[in-house]
Design a protein around this ligand. Structure first.
Ligand SMILES: CC(C)(COP(=O)(O)OP(=O)(O)OC[C@H]1O[C@@H](n2cnc3c(N)ncnc32)[C@H](O)[C@@H]1OP(=O)(O)O)[C@@H](O)C(=O)NCCC(=O)NCCS
Length: 322
């Protein structure tokens, strides 16, 4: 068995590894290539000479980034030697990710499995991930907007766009609202990088995701005190609330609903203007109960759960729990 990246002429081999999911996988690859989140040479197959591939996996990243961020479309013989094939495949691609500059790689397992990743056999997947050094990072609830009129935005706050307040004020607000977050990933980054650098990195990551700058807004009370912020965005294939937060001194007054309503209305406005049917999807840490309740109140519905795993790429040693 050997592991190799795709050549320009054998994309079909990668897609054909799961014949019953051919159309969805093909469409997904096309849209990710177009968005700059994936590339043909970032798609890998495990094969025996002359045979149909035994397994496959690909790198995904935020548009415009040079290093891989996550593994997607992982499939190995789940009813056969999934550990043997999977271990070889994942060890090889983790080394490749390292060579491309990635320090860590994420992989998510959704429950229930859904297109385009179709993550059937979740327990075998997790067994394989752990065997090659992935550690559990956090569980999230996945929410979707199920249609209907845009939520009304209560009039008690005034909003100012990123362009109006400037980048420094915006990043500063991101730092403030992240204090005391119940989101383990954001908290982990604050501990790892310090609050200022974490806010700046988060802003830069968000900036790589397509968005209308007028969507990113800070909200203030009538006497000018900062309440929080909302950052809607359009990653490849869907629309989302990339970040929303309330500064600690303003928490507990339901302001998150105002921010979420404003963000949702902006996304629905864009959907209508562009005449597309992209879904509105968002994830929140299962530990972030106030956030999950707010999604619920504003009209979003929980449709799935997600487990996020992360591995440090080779030569930084074994992963630690994040
Ligand atoms: C999640 C968040 C936006 C909620 O904002 P909010 O306007 O305070 O929400 P609510 O007013 O509905 O709060 C509901 C309850 O949760 C409590 N709560 C809110 N945030 C809390 C936090 N970070 N830690 C502990 N309790 C919190 C409130 O005090 C309130 O308690 P009460 O019912 O006893 O009065 C806010 O906590 C926040 O900005 N967190 C950091 C950023 C973040 O995690 N964003 C989401 C990432 S996707």
């Amino acid at each position: 068995m050997h592991i190799r990246p795709l050549r320009a002429d054998d994309l079909d081999l990668f897609v054909g590894a799961t014949p019953d999911q051919r159309i969805e996988v093909e469409q997904y690859l096309e849209s990710m290539f177009a968005a700059g989140s994936m590339r043909p040479e970032w798609c890998f197959v495990a094969e025996e000479e002359g045979d149909r591939p035994l397994g496959r996996v690909a790198f995904w990243t935020l548009p415009g980034m040079e290093e891989p961020f996550a593994l997607v479309l992982l499939d190995v013989p789940w009813e056969g030697d999934y550990m043997g094939v999977g271990t070889r495949l994942l060890e090889d691609v983790l080394e490749e990710a390292r060579a491309l500059g990635a320090e860590e790689i994420e992989h998510v397992v959704d429950d229930p499995p859904m297109r385009p990743q179709f993550q059937h056999h979740p327990e075998k997947r997790v067994e394989l991930l752990k065997d090659v050094g992935f550690a559990f990072r956090r569980g999230t609830g996945r929410f979707e907007w199920r249609g209907g009129e845009p939520p009304a935005v209560p009039g008690r706050l005034s909003f100012r766009t990123l362009e109006e307040v400037g980048e420094d004020a915006f990043v500063d607000a991101m730092r403030e609202v992240s204090e005391g977050t119940l989101d383990r990933e954001i908290q982990g980054e604050r501990e790892r990088l310090g609050e200022q650098r974490a806010a700046r990195d988060f802003f830069e990551d968000a900036r790589r995701v397509r968005h209308d700058p007028a969507w990113w807004q800070l909200a203030f009370t009538p006497d000018g005190e900062l309440v929080g912020l909302v950052m809607p965005a359009e990653p490849p294939g869907f629309l989302t609330i990339f970040y929303v937060g309330v500064v600690p001194r303003m928490r507990g007054q339901g302001y998150v609903d105002d921010l979420l309503a404003a963000g949702t209305a902006a996304l629905l406005g864009a959907q209508k203007r562009d005449g597309n049917d992209k879904p509105l999807l968002a994830d929140t840490d299962v530990a972030n109960e106030p956030m999950a309740s707010a999604f619920d109140r504003v009209g979003w519905a929980r449709f799935a759960g997600r487990r996020e795993y992360v591995a440090l790429t080779p030569d930084r040693g074994q992963p630690t729990a994040l």
